[in-house]
Design a protein around this ligand. Sequence first.
Ligand SMILES: *Cc1c(COP(=O)(O)O)cnc(C)c1O
Length: 446
Amino acid sequence: MKHTKIILDENDIPKHWYNIQADLKTPLDPPLHPQTKQPITPDDLKAIFPLELIKQEVSRQRYIPIPPAVRDIYRLWRPTPLYRARRLEATLKTPAEIYYKWEGTSPPGSHKPNSAVAQAYYNRQAGKERLVTETGAGQWGSALAFSTHLFGLQCRVYMVKCSYEQKPYRRVLMETWGAEVYPSPTTLTNAGREILKKDPQTTGSLGIAISEAVEDAATHDNTNYALGSVLNHVVLHQTVIGLEMKQQFKLLGKYPDILCGCVGGGSNFSGSCFPFIQDKINKKHPDLKVISVEPLACPTLTQGDYRYDYGDSVGLTPLLKMYTLGHDFVPPAIHAGGLRYHGDSPLLSKLTKEGYMEALAYTQQEVFEAAVLFARTEGFLVAPESAHAIRAVIDYARICKQKKEKKIIVFTNSGHGHFDLAAYDAYLNKKIPNGEYKKQINTIAV
Ligand SMILES: *Cc1c(COP(=O)(O)O)cnc(C)c1O
């Protein structure tokens, strides 16, 4: 049969998350305390995270059960479909097969609630009343606003100032779900006031907004902090994507040759590819190519260094061993707000360093060209973040055409772009600067 999409049953929603830490050949380098530079202890994290999430952060148990209350909310949009992009294939005249996992079907419109729902659940279980967070493009903030409300928690979001101004409708969505939203840097925290003193005109950054949210959580007893990417427990929750994809390919009787995904902090792509990388580590599928795609304006994996760095701008968070452009790096205000982060998941970084994964970077022009071609062939108008993956897929499909190779190419389509129409408008009216990265000299080694 000629499938356009492969749909699983609600009962096929995974019952466990997959923890790749169980299959690493050598353990992750531990996070270090920001002041003492010694490995952090679970106690250090208790001020801002619930115990269950701290346990997941360091766990080496291969499969971790998904609580029934979380799985029950996943049912609102999961399992998500795996599409075959037949019209894109035909337009490119490629012999390759192109598939995509469509995460834009969730209420907030991206993969982010896969973790937000779990985090809201564990914080509620731990007796917290309020969660605070940062958001770039507004996707994570809306995912957390949606999830906290379902568990009766209050929610405050520090939204990166340039996104707050570019995307007022994301704010309205968060407020509709009951959250408070402030443009970061604010004057509500010491971290925000410090930054504003130095640079009153700053467009903000995820690193700055994280500093504000962490400070807020650490200074309120009833409040914890929630991070939308980077950390091991977030990546863990996102593995529902890859576990479903594996079932879907099994139904097709196929296995991918190339996996692509966009990488901001690494959560959607790690969650998609780690269940496949397990097969690469175990040498079941050693030739699988796994490609992270990032903006040339914020090229963490392609031009950053692999070393310890802070997760935020101010230096409040533990030091993580990861690819980084330096915690003080403020990327240009590109439209893919979710990809403007100086670091990356330590797990994804380690697997990249060890050669299990590779990375590519593209300009905004190249990315929007791909997004528009996708909209005109497959119909869906995707988030600028997701379009990074599409750009790489198109390039691989063209290589397959030249080499007459019938490869199976899959990407994770991380979200829809219905709140990004101003960005599409700018592209269609030829007003998109490329925003290429100029290597800064002020990266501080730690
Ligand atoms: C947040 C976001 C990203 C980037 O974050 P990751 O943690 O790298 O997945 C990518 N796509 C969309 C649609 C997002 O909202």
